[in-house]
Design a protein around this ligand. Structure first.
Ligand code: ZN
Length: 164
């Protein structure tokens, strides 16, 4: 919920390359830089809290100076410490109330909330959407309008939708 209300997680942007991960884990000597426990790199310890993670110190920069080796437990605790309460009456509070209603509802309130049917429904919707895109592109081509690049869907964040 916190992640959703916070506008999501810039996963692509924060993906750290293997090279940089290696630099950070080597620099930390294979230990969590917060609590000092030995990090688990291959899940051989059987301790989910000890799994090695990369912690962004400040913002989303992937420069090694902004990265730390953290165990998963310290990573989660750090994330939780950054949570801020939602102001009553704010847009976020309204959104949270809406999400809560959907979660608590006995029957799905939206198509995508339907665990049983959504798997089939989204395929139908995706097929229809592709057909609309194809028709639009055909029309753009036959109109000979070079400035009309064809319909491209976008998410609210402006990320082009490649596949549904
Ligand atoms: Zn730790």
């Amino acid at each position: 919920m916190a992640m959703v209300l916070g506008g999501g997680y810039p996963e692509q942007q924060r993906r750290v390359s293997v090279d940089k991960r290696t630099i950070v884990f080597d620099r930390a000597g294979g230990l969590c830089e917060e609590c000092g426990r030995a990090l688990d790199f291959d899940r051989s310890s059987g301790d989910p809290d000890a799994v090695a993670t990369i912690q962004h110190v400040n913002g989303n920069s992937n420069d090694p100076s902004n990265l730390k080796a953290f165990c998963r437990r310290c990573n989660v605790l750090d994330a939780q410490s950054r949570f801020v309460p939602v102001e009553p009456g704010s847009t976020e509070a309204e959104y949270a109330a809406e999400l809560r209603k959907r979660w608590m509802s006995e029957n799905p309130l939206r198509l995508c909330d339907d665990d049983q049917q959504w798997n089939d429904i989204w395929r139908i919707l995706a097929t229809e959407a592709k057909e609309i895109v194809r028709m639009h592109e055909e029309r753009a081509e036959s109109a000979g309008d070079e400035d009309l690049p064809g319909f491209k869907g976008r998410t609210d964040q402006g990320t082009p939708i490649q596949e549904f």
